[in-house]
Design a protein around this ligand. Structure first.
Ligand SMILES: [Zn+2]
Length: 319
């Protein structure tokens, strides 16, 4: 179970306990004011148990009688509630969400939208994307920063290229659960690769997908810290291995060594074998990646990744 999920589950357990406590107090308060209502509610409860028992034992005649008594009590309750100006669900005001009564889960076993919303916030907190979430999203992508002139030796402009990429990445994100390929974004510094990765990450979180975002530098650094710590614990690697979408920005900017290359290859292999998609960006060209990381790494990219190029001059000079 992911940290975000177990944190949200714990939060709901606490919320539920606190609501039940508030409900008890409210009940006491209302019943001390309207003792007649308490009497009816208790009788209804006893009758409901009787009805259920009879149904189980298939005692049809007794059941009819019990049903009549139950209906009379219900009518009496309705009258009292009217008289006291109380809502039918007068105890539900203690719950933040009256769809699931703060359980976070519905009777059919699916998660309530209130749970999914909190899970989204928790996932954002653990994603590493938090600093970018406010601004970096598909809707905020400013295509006007890209030139409409044909770019260098390519037969399209960086504007048209990015427009196409935006559409591809949006579709990829919407269909992420059925995708079995990762994404590799290539291109010079400042051509929008990171913004695109952040936008994909945010959209995935909004679609209730677990995301982990790291720069290649921080990822390798973090893995080294786990590996070489005195209390080395393999489970520290689990988030990198098991998160649904691992986004690694700026491949090639980390300290590249035989060790870091082996770690990255192992991680990629593990994730591919477990149907987990990884997304990369890099300033390096494919041949530079091949030179730096070797043919085994590159062959996996070629076979299991959609590879796109971001074209253009460094946008940061235009901002
Ligand atoms: Zn709910």
């Amino acid at each position: 179970m992911s940290t975000a999920f177990s944190n949200t589950k714990r939060k709901f357990e606490r919320k539920r306990l606190s609501a039940e406590h508030k409900k008890k107090l409210l009940k006491k308060q209302i019943y001390s004011k309207y003792p007649e209502l308490e009497k009816i509610e208790n009788e209804l409860q006893t009758n409901a148990i009787k009805l259920a028992k009879n149904m189980f034992l298939d005692k049809e005649s007794r059941n009819l009688h019990a049903q009549d008594a139950f209906d009379t009590l219900l009518a009496k309750r309705k009258m009292l509630l009217n008289e006291y100006n109380l809502n039918e669900h007068y105890l539900d005001s203690v719950y933040d969400c009256t769809i699931c009564n703060d359980k976070g889960i519905l009777d059919n076993g699916s998660l309530c939208k209130c749970f999914l919303y909190d899970l989204q916030i928790e996932r954002a907190k653990h994603s590493g994307l938090e600093p970018f979430l406010e601004n970096d999203c598909f809707d905020n992508f400013n295509l006007n920063l890209f030139s409409k002139e044909p770019y260098s030796n390519e037969n399209k402009s960086s504007y048209d290229n990015m427009k196409e990429l935006l559409s591809i990445c949006t579709k990829y994100t919407n269909n992420f659960r059925n995708e079995n390929k990762g994404i590799l974004l290539l291109g010079n510094t400042g051509t929008g690769k990171s913004f695109l990765l952040h936008s994909i990450g945010r959209a995935l979180i909004e679609n209730n997908t677990e995301v982990l975002y790291y720069s290649a530098f921080d990822l390798v650094d973090q893995i080294s810290q786990f590996r070489f710590s005195r209390n080395h614990d393999e489970s520290s690697m689990l988030p990198f291995k098991n998160t649904s979408a691992l986004i690694i920005d700026d491949l090639g900017a980390e300290i590249i060594s035989d060790y870091s290359k082996a770690e990255l290859l192992n991680l990629l292999d593990y994730r591919m074998n477990h149907n987990k998609n990884t997304l990369f960006s890099s300033n390096l060209s494919l041949s530079e990646i091949s030179n730096q990381y070797g043919s085994r790494f590159t062959s996996r990219l070629l076979k299991h990744f959609y590879i796109y190029k971001c074209l253009g001059a460094d946008l940061r000079t235009k901002l």
